[in-house]
Structure formats: structure tokens, C-alpha cells
Design a protein. Structure first.
Length: 127
């Protein structure tokens, strides 16, 4: 249910918008918000890099976390191997935070399969 309830609604070079229907705890809620930024970073790297959460610089949210959420991410800065996002969400409660994402090349064992996996997922989520 979680996978099918996440959508990317719009994006440009510095921003991404999405929505999620979340029926679970804080972990699923935070994953949905961070996932939006991760897909933006993948998009900006043409799906050539593995993207992962490095650090939560700041995160404040209010309850309830279940329900329909509108999520917005703005790219604040980037380097060769990292992306810093300001993320905001509004739904049953609110969220604001800064999240640092790292990137690394896919390993040979991952090959192009992972890259294509995330590329297909991105376009499935982007409706």
C-alpha cells in the first residue's frame, strides 16, 4: 500500500512536489518525505548515482502523521557527492526540516539494473 500511495506531482531543477497517503507510523512518514528528495537527486544525476540519507540536520513535525500529505522539497545546495534539501510537508500535521543526501556510483555488482529500477520507479511515481 505504501509504495502505490506515493506520487511525484511536479519538479524542476531546484524543486520537487509530491503527495503521499500514509497509514503507518513515523518511520513511513519520514521515509515518504525523504524519498521525494532522493528521487529529485536521482533525477538530477540522470539516475547514474546511488542516493542515500547521510544526515538529518533539522526535523520538526507534528501529529497525526497518518493521512494525505502534500510534500515540497527545495534543493539548497549540492556538491559532487551530496545534496542538501529543505523539505516541508502539510497534512494532518506539518513537517519542516533539512536533510543531507549523499551519492555514490553504483557498484559493478549492482550494474545497470539498479539504475533502471530507479528510473522506472521515478516515472511510475511521476503522474
Amino acid at each position: 500500500m505504501f509504495e502505490s500511495d506515493f506520487r511525484i506531482t511536479s519538479l524542476d531543477e531546484v524543486s520537487i512536489w509530491g503527495e503521499a497517503d500514509i497509514y503507518g507510523g513515523e518511520e513511513l512518514f519520514l521515509e515518504s518525505v525523504i524519498r521525494l528528495a532522493a528521487y529529485h537527486a536521482r533525477y538530477l544525476t540522470n539516475f547514474e548515482k546511488l542516493v542515500y540519507l547521510v544526515k538529518v540536520r533539522r526535523c520538526n513535525f507534528s501529529y497525526p502523521v497518518s493521512g494525505k500529505w502534500q510534500i515540497y522539497g527545495q534543493l539548497l545546495g549540492r556538491s559532487a557527492g551530496s545534496f542538501l534539501y529543505e523539505l516541508k510537508a502539510a497534512g494532518g500535521g506539518t513537517l519542516t526540516g533539512q536533510f543531507l543526501l549523499g551519492t555514490s556510483p553504483y557498484t559493478r555488482e549492482m550494474g545497470t539494473d539498479m539504475r533502471e529500477f530507479y528510473r522506472r520507479r521515478f516515472f511510475a511515481y511521476y503522474r
